[in-house]
Write a protein that binds this ligand. Structure first.
Ligand code: GUN
Length: 291
């Protein structure tokens, strides 16, 4: 039997409608319009699309968005100056520096420069630390999107074995951390490129999360019948088509539930970014004053 398709697009639309109502109430009460500043350095075509989608989503829920564009040859110092200006700008509540950055700029020099209270990606070391300790200021967007898609489809996580393929700082590592927190209560196996016998570990999963950035890496023989399969990958093929890290057509015949690409986890990531931007505006506003 074919898997149930977990439709991220329609779930994201539902969540965005909820956020829009909260934004309207917040703005009515405080006269403050939440604002996300996106920083785009260079002309990476995928980043252009992501940033455009994030900005459109902001506007759809009644938030302001500003785009700061810098040329590909921007120096680390120039980018740091821009980040500091945005930190000091009281009308900006969330700051997002789109990754990847050009080779001359070290992300590790930039991400810690974003004010932790405006770090809606949750990439700042202070926010990563708070997350690990189970008292997050912001929830990282893609991992929270994965948890949200499971929760809103009534798919139990507590006590389940979640196997994550990929140990990135953006998805694999924070997701593993969130899943083992008290109250979430999953058991996690975090796999990576040096993992021995990855396929046999993948087959032990109740929930399999693919976040490795390799097109159609997960084949049907890596998935035990009845597994929930979450595909975080977005890979553009030479013919221009978008595919995930999962061989969707084959795996959907084995899995119980599966997210498609596109219209799976991606739209949830954006919805979670909006949620964080509203949270940043709320945390940073007391009696209509920016703090
Ligand atoms: N590049 C790929 N994913 C992300 C993300 O979640 N945030 C930012 N800032 N850049 C990214």
């Amino acid at each position: 039997m074919s898997a149930m398709i977990l439709d991220g697009q329609s779930l994201a639309a539902t969540i965005q409608a909820e956020i829009a109502a909260e934004v309207a109430e917040f703005t009515h009460r405080t006269a403050v319009v939440p604002c996300l500043a996106a920083v785009l350095v260079g002309e990476n075509p995928a980043s252009e699309v992501y940033v455009r989608n994030k900005r459109r989503a902001c506007e759809r829920v009644g938030m302001r968005s500003v785009l700061e564009r810098l040329p590909a040859d921007t120096t680390q110092g120039e980018l740091l100056r821009l980040v500091r200006r945005l930190n000091d700008d009281a009308s900006v509540h969330g700051i997002l520096v789109q990754l990847p950055l050009p080779a001359q700029i070290e992300p590790s020099a930039i991400l810690p420069a974003v004010a932790p209270s405006k770090d809606v990606d949750a990439f700042h070391p202070e926010n990563v630390g708070l997350l690990v300790q189970g008292r997050p200021r912001f929830l990282p967007c893609t991992p929270q999107g994965v948890l949200e898609i499971l929760k809103r489809n009534n798919l139990t996580v507590a006590g389940r074995h979640v196997v994550i393929l990929g140990r990135s700082d953006i998805v694999g590592k924070p997701l593993a951390n969130m899943l083992v927190q008290r109250g979430v209560d999953a058991t996690v196996t975090l796999c990576h490129s040096r993992t021995k016998d990855l396929a046999s570990l993948a087959r032990q999963a109740d929930i399999l999360v693919a976040a490795i950035g390799q097109p159609r890496f997960v084949k049907a023989d890596m998935v035990r019948p009845g597994t929930v399969v979450i595909d975080v990958g977005i890979n553009r093929l030479a013919d221009g088509s978008l595919v995930g890290d999962v061989d969707f057509e084959a795996v959907k015949e084995v899995a119980s539930h599966i997210t498609p690409v596109p219209r799976g986890v991606g739209p949830l990531t954006i919805a979670m970014l909006l949620q964080n931007t509203l949270a940043a505006a709320t945390q940073g506003t007391v009696n209509g004053q920016t703090t």
